[in-house]
Ligand binder design. Sequence first.
Ligand code: AMP
Length: 456
Amino acid sequence: MCGIFGIYGHPEASNITYLGLHALQHRGQESAGIVSGDGQSLYARREMGLVQDVFGARELEELAGNSAIGHVRYSTAGVSQTKNAQPLTMQYAGGKVAVAHNGNLVNAQSLRARLEAEGAIFAGDSDTEVIVHLMARSRVRKLEDQIIEALGQVVGAYSLIFETPGKVIGVRDPYGFRPLVLGRLRDAYVLASETTALDLVEAEYVREIEPGEMVVIDSGGLRSSKPFQAVRPARCVFEYVYFAKPDSVLFGSSVYETRKALGRQLAKEQPARADLVIAVPDSGVPAAIGFSQVSGIPYDVGLIRSHYVGRTFIEPQQSIRHFGVKLKLSAVREVLRGKRVVVVDDSIVRGTTSRKIVKMIKAAGASEVHLRISSPATRWPCYYGIDTPVRQDLIAATHSTDEIATYVTADSLGYLSVEGLAQAVGDPGWKSYCNACFTGNYLTPLEAPQAASAQG
Ligand code: AMP
């Protein structure tokens, strides 16, 4: 999971991109990068760290030109590596190109093996490099055609922004797994993962880039085409559940309102006798408000989130590892003491966070804790850009709801149903969303390694 941003036709392109990346920081905290273009050349800076750590006034001044693209990379477990920081830049027969990618390719491994067998040398291990190698090998001349030819060979999730010294190109895969929107800032065009970035730079929201659409933006304006074979759209429903920022308009609907609707539906499906409803901040807040509205149980603030611990927090040595959740969240005793509490969170992945939270709320004096989850049980890994673990590490893949309730020490546990989720996102027949993490219904072909881990 990552955040991408691009702008063409603005004298302060890199400054605007810097602001846009700030608004998308929730989509990735591992590394940040900006590449600008001035018609002659491209100028790049990318480093490990948050946007504010990577860029200062001096760094931004060096990124000259009226176009720029940027990227924030999602922090996955394990070693973070600068060689995978984006946007990637490369020089090949076609000239200089930079690319920023949000998504994950299902067939990257086999394409990579084929390219390596043919002599390609990879600098990092990101999927994005596979796309670049495929472009470099293309025999067609125009960049747009090279991109189309390369993407015709890949399967999976990609929202991409390419940049040459005089052009910015946005592409969304035919399934539309990951979001990408178009905005206007006076004479400039803006592309961004989420509308929250348009709002921050005061750009006007124009529309979504449609699944399978390519837009080319240069001195001639904007040209749109649909070069790929149409498939059934598969927008990621987990973007609504957890990933996107609540103030964004995603896939045409408000994330905040959708999350509240998830909470309202949850209250209908999984009622509880309780004195108050609290959220696990920040991700559980809108759903908890929705739950409170329907159940009539008052909403209160029982957990406080520290603003100084990000997801970049590196777990320290074993002896103090269990402080992780405590560093991020603290319980308000005066609110919780003696109360039967409904706790609303967006999802349970491994179950370790929920267990710590329930224990914390009980230690603060709550008499009962009823955990309510505003999405169905996460039972299947995602191969389309969200970093869910292998199947064995997903607690709901191997345990019943009762067993999970016992593990997290909750008095009761209730998930939203798959049907309830479909209703809340306004797609009752599951015609345009991907719900594979909840159902195992993968809409693209899977390659052997993924198929094995989905079974595993
Ligand atoms: P756990 O069950 O301990 O793995 O943690 C689940 C919590 O992590 C959820 O309540 C979410 O707020 C958050 N979460 C869910 N999916 C992800 C993800 N792919 N990456 C990071 N955090 C996530």
